[in-house]
Design a protein around this ligand. Structure first.
Ligand code: TRP
Ligand code: ZN
Length: 908
């Protein structure tokens, strides 16, 4: 397998198109036969040279036969290697000058889905056959032009044993269904919409289905079906509701209607990612479609809603208008993530959704952007495209679309999206096409804006301010900077929208800018979108009656890092009075960050000084907890300290033990100070309320369980140890009598995190296993809470769990829940120090071993798993060396997948 780098600049349209694709998939134990007939014609734009050869992609296929226009070819008529079937069209057909040149190719291949552990192409998952073709899996099914700009009309015949596979599905509409001899059955599907091969799907299995209908805005009735194993039929309602909400929402907000008469979802246990938007036949990881109060947490319910919406929205942003090449991946993913975020925001709480998204961006995407795997949202080269399904492509890509939305406003943005869909329906296009539609619909110039797509790295803004009370002027200087990354040392300045407000003692102040120098669009006169374009911008606000507190990244209007020194009083004013929920939360985060940074510099025995740092914050939290007008979900988010991951992101040369200690000191101080308020609050909840996965209830549970965690901390590590039994009993009661998984799991985690509850925690873990061992998704949670447990020797425990019957080392969900969670989330254990305080390499070596063994079975998951090791640049020299040597031990193996090879080499 070649580790060749592919460049965007080398893009050429193909020399041949595939007008129509006829597949016949004959599913038989141990050997599946795939016959394909491709109706090809020459691309009139291709030159003679390009027309000479037709190179079809193919991997791990056994070629049985090739026919050209019905004539069998023999082995010296074509070339075969482990990546391509190459046909010398010039030699076989001549006639290359003819722009009308067309021919039929009939290709028969044999494959073994039973042995396919990579979960791309055709494979088996708990007794059924299913496919995953994005990005380049179709070439593991048959020889093909497996690239997204080749769009074809598909006819798919599936033949299989009628009894064992009563359900046989593919894209589009079913056009034939007949019984054959020998107990076999044939089902035929036709998809009238031309599509690239990555959107192809096929499923055969013994599945049950939940059905519903949807009436589109033009009055067409759509059949909706969700296929699952019989045992999961009671877990489909939420996905079905989410689907109907998504369909309605896309009509209302984007004017987009569903196009086929049937929309199907299939749930499979073994799946590399969350879900896949195959035309008319979405395939989902069970974890992203099944949900039921008793077995699924609130976060799980929200994930189902978000992923169902995401895949559904792809029908327009991805399928009807698709990507020209894989460098354009964010064209569909960034846009679709933006769309699903808008949807979730409309379905629940706008502020909560925004805070969650920004937290993810900061704690994970910024880390990616700051490390050796940094890449542009539209990269210009890659080795293995599977490695580019990243936070940068998805989340930063969505932020870029969101900035366009901020710059244009909702109505003009909608004009732009209408233009984009109308102009490019049925085409495979580029990021430029998308931005051009936005520019054309608005008359704006986005030339500089394209830097967001071109340049890797997170821009950093440094602000300084000065208030002149004589002139009543408020001056702000903003400098932007972006660190060098591998694609370019010099970064051109970005076009950055800043959503700005000035806060005075009594409320927002009117905004007037001297000269209106940077473009200002003042929505009302207390709020402005200021557009930065220069490396340095000086703003002069005039008629400012008092020294204001500047709020300048409201709603997180751009994915940037900010350096702006502000004291507690300024931040507290924002915490108390900002009307933008995100900005309020962000000010609160900044307070917490400042406190943690201050605590890091204080010696362990200086308890007086520590108290002084923590007190104003704890005090503000008592006030916040008593604010009855505040959204409980927002209070919970504000009470939650920045994660260790994010704290590491903000630092270089991290001393993790010291950092964690500082964070814990603050947490304990808050727990102590808020104890009685939290306990009163906790007791005020009705724990027996019938579960609904709705924003209001989710908010209550979130605050209740945040309270529980603090209460447990206060009795475990804090000043409230005489109340220990009281709180432990309450926690255990919640664990036992909870009527939903959110509460049950929160109580279990609270027990696991308290040293003083070790015995109760272990009992609860055992009981949880007994209760839920037959629910594989619940077992994922069980593995995960143990993998992230703070106390005890988590690594040893993870090693033991690998041999537990609840674990399965071929199932991506299990791997993510145990190994992924341990290495990615249990930072204190992953980066453990030994008793002498020296860095230990044990967990790094463990991970390297896991990656190497998994790489032979599932390269995509192996590559994702190793990512925590690529964060070495954040740590001190000793740790860096150990992490790199673990990476090196992976690199030393000769036979590595492209996936793992690319990531290891780029990060060393
Ligand atoms: N397009 C899918 C999405 O909705 C991503 C995806 C699903 C995928 N399965 C995959 C990507 C397997 C690569 C490999 O985001
Ligand atoms: Zn997607």
């Amino acid at each position: 397998m070649s580790n060749k780098t592919i460049y965007l600049n080398d893009y050429r349209a193909p020399a041949y198109w595939i007008e129509r694709t006829d597949l016949y998939v004959d599913l038989r134990d141990g050997q599946t036969k795939v016959s394909s007939r491709l109706s090809m014609h020459v691309n009139p734009d291709a030159d003679r040279d390009e027309r000479q050869q037709l190179q079809l992609h193919g991997r791990e296929l056994a070629l049985e036969s090739v026919e050209l226009d019905g004539q069998p070819l023999n082995e010296d008529d074509y070339e075969l290697d482990d990546e391509y079937l190459t046909l010398p069209v010039g030699r076989l057909l001549g006639d290359l000058e003819n722009d009308e040149l067309c021919f039929d190719l009939t290709i028969v291949t044999l494959i073994e889905p039973e042995k396919n552990t990579s979960l791309e192409g055709l494979y088996r998952s708990s007794g059924m056959y299913c496919t995953q073709c994005e990005a380049e899996g179709f070439r593991k099914i048959t020889y093909y032009l497996d690239r997204p700009d080749v769009m074809s009309e598909f006819f798919t015949s599936i033949e299989a044993d009628a009894d064992r596979y009563p359900v046989m599905l593919s894209n589009g509409n079913k056009i034939e269904d007949k019984q054959l001899d020998n107990g076999r059955r044939l089902v035929r599907w036709h998809d009238p919409f031309k599509k690239p091969a990555y959107l192809f799907a096929l499923v055969a299995g013994d599945l049950e289905c939940v059905e519903d209908r949807f009436l589109t805005m033009s009055g067409r009735e759509i059949l909706l079906q969700i296929f699952v194993e019989a045992k999961d039929l009671d877990k489909c309602q939420h996905a079905m509701d989410s689907l109907k909400h998504s369909m309605r929402w896309d009509e209302e907000v984007y004017g987009r209607e569903y196009d086929l008469d049937i929309f199907m979802i299939v749930a499979v246990d073994d799946f590399n990612m969350g879900a896949m938007e195959n035309k008319g036949l979405n395939i989902f990881n069970t974890s992203c479609v099944l949900a039921k109060a008793e077995t699924t947490t609130d976060a799980g319910f929200q994930r189902v809603e978000g992923v169902v919406a995401h895949e559904y929205f792809h029908n327009w942003s991805g399928n009807r208008v698709t990507c020209r090449d894989w460098f354009q991946l964010s064209l569909k993913e960034g846009f679709t993530v933006f769309r699903d975020a808008q949807f979730s925001s409309d379905m629940g709480s706008e502020t909560v959704k925004r805070v969650e998204d920004v937290s993810l961006l900061r704690s994970a995407q910024f880390v990616e952007d700051g490390g050796p795997l940094a890449h542009a949202v539209r990269p210009d080269s890659f080795i293995e495209i599977s490695n580019f399904y990243t936070l940068t492509i998805y989340e930063k890509g969505a932020e870029i679309v969101r900035m366009l939305h901020t710059l244009l406003g909702a109505d003009t943005f909608r004009k732009g999206s209408d233009l984009y869909f109308d102009r490019h329906d049925g085409q495979a296009v580029t990021v430029e096409d998308f931005v051009a539609a936005m520019a054309d619909a608005s008359g704006r110039d986005f030339t500089q804006f394209m830097n967001w797509y071109r340049q890797a790295g997170t821009p950093e803004l440094t602000l300084s301010e000065e208030y002149d009370d004589q002139a009543r002027e408020y001056h702000v200087t903003i400098e932007q900077y972006c660190r060098p990354t591998s694609e370019s040392d010099e970064k051109a300045p970005y076009h950055i929208p800043l959503n700005v407000c000035l806060w005075g003692e009594a409320g927002a102040l009117a905004i007037r800018l001297k000269d209106q120098a940077p473009d200002v669009e003042t929505a009302d006169n207390t709020q402005a979108i200021i557009e930065l374009r220069e490396q340095r911008t000086e703003l002069c606000f005039v008629d400012v009656p008092e020294r204001p507190v500047l709020s300048f990244l409201r709603g997180f209007s751009a994915p940037v890092k900010v350096h702006f020194e502000r004291d507690n009083d300024q931040l507290l004013r924002l915490v108390r009075s900002e009307s933008d929920g995100f900005a309020r939360w962000d000010a609160c985060q900044q307070l917490l960050l400042n406190a943690i940074a201050a605590l890091e510099t204080v010696a362990a025995n200086e308890t007086e000084e520590q108290a002084q740092i923590c007190e104003p914050i704890a005090e503000a939290f008592v006030e916040l907890l008593q604010d009855e007008t505040a959204d409980p979900a927002m209070i919970a988010l504000m009470l939650t300290l920045p994660s260790l991951t994010y704290l590491i992101e903000l630092r270089d040369n991290v001393d993790l033990d010291k950092l964690d200690r500082a964070r814990e000191i603050l947490r304990i101080a808050i727990a102590n100070r808020c104890f009685s308020t939290l306990w009163r609050l906790y007791q005020s909840y009705d724990h027996g309320v019938a579960y609904q996965p709705e924003a209001e209830q989710i908010a209550m549970r979130s605050l209740k369980n945040t309270a529980l965690a603090y209460l447990m901390l206060a009795v475990d590590q804090g000043d409230e140890q005489e109340n220990r039994t009281l709180i432990l009993d309450a926690c255990e009661a919640q664990y036992r009598y909870a009527n939903n998984m959110t509460d049950q799991l929160a109580a279990l985690q609270a027990l696991l995190n308290a040293d003083c509850a070790a015995e109760r925690a272990n009992m609860a873990l055992g009981a949880f296993y007994e209760q839920w061992q037959s629910e594989t998704l619940v077992m994922n949670l069980w593995l995960q809470v143990q993998a992230v447990r703070r106390s005890g020797n988590a690594l040893a425990h993870v090693r033991d769990l690998k041999n537990h019957p609840a674990y399965d080392n071929n199932n991506p969900n299990k791997i993510r829940s145990l190994i992924g969670a341990f290495c990615g989330q249990n930072l204190m254990a992953f980066h453990a120090s030994n008793s002498q305080g020296e860095a230990s390499s044990e967990a790094y070596e463990f991970l390297a071993g896991e990656v190497l063994s998994l790489d032979r079975r599932n390269p995509q998951i192996a590559a994702r798993l190793l990512v925590p090791l690529t964060r070495w640049h954040k740590f001190n020299g000793e740790r860096q060396a150990l992490m790199k040597s673990a990476l090196q031990s992976i690199a030393n193996r000769k036979e590595l997948s492209k996936d793992v090879r690319e990531l290891v080499e780029k990060s060393l």
